[in-house]
Design a protein around this ligand. Structure first.
Ligand code: PEP
Ligand code: MN
Length: 256
């Protein structure tokens, strides 16, 4: 297993993965990495699974050198979604942790391939996956070792339409008591609207989450995807400062 700059194995840390929905430009990423409390666990979509074919699909191969160049200037572990087994080899060059998105949780061939690649995987819950189905998918990754499998609750479909999804914190509470995997929460895709994201993040910490994955953009109004749920850099700073205070109440220390 290749070593992460920041190991994810400490049960007493609260891991904050943050960054934009999609990698858009060098300047966008640089703005996020240049600030105080800059992420060392940096997320960013390179290949985006968009519901609409004509929506921005991610920079694809054009993001590869961009991330490699940023790594010359900044120290961070990069986490990105892998949508196609054919991309794994190339992404592995600059990616520390692979993400499997909600749309691919049931893609067992992709999971089997990732299980061979010696990198931790964040497995997002699919839109209406039961906890059993989610754990079943996680079993496909078991060759990686339980410490390298991270479940991520990102909200499920419900009857309600006010919010993008329904954040199922019950799943977090259940999984912390009944599974061996780390459990993260993505309050951004759960809530879908910026004003609600930070409060959902605090609730996730209280539910026992080992980590959070939060979308951050230096200028959400110009984002090419999911700008409506992104925190700007000021909001990100406030989130970090509050998490530093909150985490110790749950016997954890924040790791940005
Ligand atoms: C994402 O994290 O950018 C994403 C697309 O999330 P999800 O797969 O949970 O929809
Ligand atoms: Mn997104």
């Amino acid at each position: 297993m290749s070593r992460l700059i920041s190991s994810l194995t400490d049960p007493n840390q609260l891991y904050l993965v943050s960054g934009p929905c999609a990698v858009e430009s060098y300047d966008q990423m640089r703005a996020i990495l240049s600030q105080k409390n800059a992420p060392t666990l940096l997320r960013g979509g390179v290949y985006k699974m968009r519901t609409q074919k004509n929506s921005f699909q991610g920079l694809g191969t054009n993001a590869y050198d961009l991330i490699k160049d940023l790594k010359k200037e900044f120290q961070f572990d990069f986490i990105t979604e892998v949508t196609d087994p054919r991309h794994i080899e190339d992404l592995a060059d600059f990616t520390s942790i692979f993400q499997v998105g909600a749309r691919n949780m049931y893609n067992y061939e992709l999971l089997k391939e990732l299980a061979l690649h010696q990198k931790p995987v964040v497995l997002k819950r699919s839109f209406s996956a039961t906890i059993s189905e989610w754990l079943g998918a996680a079993e496909y990754l078991s060759p990686l070792g339980e410490e390298n499998i991270i479940l991520c609750e990102r909200g499920v479909r419900s009857f309600d339409t006010k919010l993008r999804n329904m954040l199922d914190l019950g799943s977090v509470i259940y999984l912390k008591k009944n599974s061996k995997f780390k459990v993260f929460v993505d309050p951004s895709h759960s809530m879908g609207l910026t004003p609600y994201v930070s409060d959902a993040a605090y609730a996730a910490v209280a539910a026992g989450a080992d980590g959070l994955m939060v979308e951050v953009h230096p200028d959400p109004s110009s984002a090419l995807s999911d700008g409506q749920q992104a925190l700007n850099l000021t909001m990100y700073q406030e989130l970090v400062e509050k998490l530093k205070v909150l985490a110790p109440l749950f016997n954890k220390t924040l790791k940005v």
